[in-house]
Each structure stands twice: as structure tokens, then as C-alpha cells.
Design a protein around this ligand. Structure first.
Ligand code: ATP
Length: 239
């Protein structure tokens, strides 16, 4: 399978904190890859490295066969990489509609933007119902759907999701998991899913990497990892 993204031996620091200690991961076209790990393992740092929000110290990142590290965050979006940040970062005082349209800031063709908007509203009917509602009056789960919709408005080739289940009611976590599966099935998009909810992430991904204090501890097929005793003990609550 053709790789859309490869992160090779990446090291990343915050002042004296050594957050990524030579991390290598890759994502093939059409694949959903999960990145699991505890608080502070470095999951968000990998996304920051990919999106150009934080420079890497060494290693390299390639996207569609070209060097990506060193590219500005805005240019990364133009190349087709969209991120759904942790904590749902909506524009709180803007309507659902305007939040969604902000996601299309790199695009110019109005008719195509309208078409994507229609697709997003069909995928998330709740957003159509709440179209003119102010974002900060939406529930946590609704806001999560909205920021996923906003990321889709850029028509990404690679979608990065940072802990979409964080702080969401269990019932809605299932809805979000289903939405991610449907997006992977219907859109031509590869997905890198960062999650502390390892069970959910493993259940909807093709492959996964387990990160532990800045290094990849284990990786493989998600179904195999779900039955791996080391994963069960460390990431699935020992069940
Ligand atoms: P979480 O699930 O809690 O978000 P994470 O796996 O995403 O955790 P990172 O946010 O990547 O972890 O953090 C990795 C390490 O880098 C942690 O030890 C964290 O304290 C440290 N770190 C992250 N951001 C900064 C920063 N801006 N300044 C200093 N240290 C940082």
C-alpha cells in the first residue's frame, strides 16, 4: 500500500523536556491508524510535529512522498492535512454554520464548498438542526461533531484526530466512533486517530501504535493488539 505519511525517527523537545525520543510511524492511503498511550506519552506532540506547530529536533516527516517537516502550519493544511484538536477548539461565539465555513478557508470554489457543506450536514444531521446556533451553547458531543465537520470542510487527504472521545458521554463516544468509521468508508481520507480510549481506538482502526514516554512500545494490527496481553495490561485496564 502507498504510504501517505511517514514519520521517521522523530525527536522533539520542549526546552529540556525530551518529549519524542525517535518515533517512527506511518499511515497508508485509506488506512485508519490509532496512536494510543497514557497522559503525557507524547501523542499530541506527534500531531504537533506533523502539523508544523512545533519544530522537530531530528528525524524527518514525509507526506505524499515529499518532505513535510519545516512546512508552516497553514501550508500543511493547504497540502491536505486537517487536524481536529484536543478539547474541541470551536469558535465559541460563532454559529455552527460559520464554524463549519471556517474549515474551508484554504478553498476558493464556492460551489464545491457548498457541496462539501451539504455532505457534512447530511453526515451530521444534528448540525443541520443547529445550523444557526451559537457554538458554545452546543453540548460537548455536538461540538465534537462540529469540529470534525469543520476539518472535513477542508476536504483533507489526511485527517488527524486528537482525542475525539475526551470528556464526551459514553453513549456519544459510540456515535463519534461510528462517524469516524463512516468517514473512512465514504471519503478518500486516511486517518490518524490519537486516543486515550484504547478500546475504542483499537476497535475502529486497521493498525495501531502504543506510545510510552516518547517511544513506540508496541505496534501492529489493531485486532491482534486488542488480544495482546501487554496491551491488555497497560492500555485496556488489565481485562
Ligand atoms: P495527553 O494525553 O495528556 O494530552 P500526550 O500523550 O498528548 O498527553 P504530549 O502533550 O505530547 O502528551 O506531551 C508529551 C510530554 O511533553 C509531556 O511530558 C508534557 O508535559 C510535555 N509537554 C507538552 N507540551 C509542552 C510544553 N508546551 N512545554 C513543556 N513541556 C511540554
Amino acid at each position: 500500500m502507498t504510504k501517505i505519511l511517514s514519520v521517521e525517527n522523530v525527536e522533539l523537545y520542549y526546552d529540556h523536556i525530551y518529549a519524542l525520543k525517535g518515533v517512527s510511524i506511518d499511515v497508508a492511503e485509506g488506512e485508519t491508524v490509532a496512536l494510543i498511550g497514557a497522559n503525557g506519552a507524547g501523542k499530541s506532540s506527534i500531531l504537533r510535529a506533523i502539523t508544523g506547530l512545533r519544530p522537530i529536533k531530528s528525524g524527518q516527516i514525509n507526506y505524499e512522498g515529499q518532505r513535510l517537516d519545516g512546512t508552516s502550519a497553514a501550508e500543511v493544511v493547504r497540502k491536505g492535512i486537517s487536524m481536529v484538536p484536543e478539547g474541541r477548539r470551536a469558535f465559541p461565539l460563532m454559529s455552527v454554520k460559520d464554524n463549519l465555513l471556517m474549515g474551508a478557508f484554504t478553498r476558493t470554489d464556492k460551489a464545491e464548498i457548498e457541496q462539501t457543506l451539504e455532505n457534512v450536514l447530511t453526515r451530521f444531521p444534528r448540525l443541520r438542526e443547529r445550523y444557526n446556533q451559537q457554538a458554545n451553547t452546543m453540548s460537548g458531543g455536538e461540538q465534537q461533531m462540529m469540529v470534525i465537520g469543520r476539518a472535513l470542510m477542508a476536504k483533507p487527504k489526511l485527517l488527524l484526530l486528537d482525542e475525539p472521545s475526551l470528556g464526551i458521554a459514553p453513549k456519544l463516544v459510540q456515535d463519534i466512533a461510528r462517524a469516524i468509521v463512516a468517514i473512512s468508508r465514504d471519503e478518500k481520507v486516511s486517518i490518524l486517530l490519537v486516543e486515550q480510549n484504547s478500546r475504542m481506538a483499537l476497535s475502529i482502526s486497521n493498525r495501531a501504535y502504543a506510545l510510552s514516554t516518547g517511544s513506540i512500545a508496541l505496534s501492529g494490527n489493531s485486532k491482534d493488539l486488542m488480544n495482546d496481553d501487554r496491551i491488555k495490561a497497560a492500555y485496556l485496564g488489565g481485562e
